[in-house]
Design a protein around this ligand. Structure first.
Ligand SMILES: [Zn+2]
Ligand SMILES: [Zn+2]
Length: 191
């Protein structure tokens, strides 16, 4: 792929969008994804989110995944899909490897493909089939993939997640869970 910046050198939102857009162009060619990337807008979210990325699109009445939509019938659409927005979560990018991030983008590309053809998108059978072809996950990548998960020792509730080493990770035994006032158990994800 022809990226304007190396993945490991990304250090601001513009870089992340530039890399991600270039990757999506590459993926579109490689897996023959039928999307119009000129109708995709990009944004980076720095708010805490559970999802690594998301596609936001206008709500179109009576749209069903699998039913091709005639965009000519949609006001303001000029016969083309109304733009959708691919929102990238900065903290997820910082946590993910290049392979994980690329897989996340392929997942989102499937949402864009469905949306541009059917005006809606979901994780049903059509998505599963497409995800297999594009070698990506059916479920949106979430921060459940954090490197460390801290659980209440008494009831097992997840109390905290951490993606990078930080004081909390080293000193978690000083904290108690809100639910039971119990010690925490640290579970580390193995790569
Ligand atoms: Zn999804
Ligand atoms: Zn508890």
């Amino acid at each position: 792929m022809d990226a304007p910046v190396e993945f490991d050198a990304i250090d601001d939102h513009d870089d992340l969008i530039a890399w991600s857009r270039a990757y999506c162009k590459h993926a579109r060619r490689k897996w023959l994804v039928d999307v119009r990337l000129d109708l995709v807008e990009w944004t980076v979210s720095t708010r805490a989110r559970r999802r690594a990325a998301a596609v936001r699109h206008p709500q179109i009445d009576d749209a069903t995944v699998g039913d091709a939509l005639d965009w000519d019938a949609v006001p303001d659409a000029d016969g083309r899909p109304l733009p959708c927005t691919l929102s990238l979560t900065w903290d997820a990018f910082r946590e993910f490897s290049q392979a994980e991030w690329a897989s996340t983008l392929r997942h989102e590309l499937i949402h864009v493909e469905q949306y541009q053809h059917c005006a809606t998108t979901g994780h049903g059978a059509a998505f599963r089939w497409r995800a297999e072809t594009l070698d990506t996950e059916v479920h949106c990548q979430t921060f459940a993939d954090a490197r460390w998960t801290f659980e209440c020792r008494t009831c097992g509730t997840v109390v905290a997640r951490r993606y990078r080493d930080c004081p909390f990770v080293r000193e978690y035994d000083r904290y108690r869970s809100d639910c039971c006032g119990a010690q925490l158990r640290c579970v580390e994800r193995s790569e």
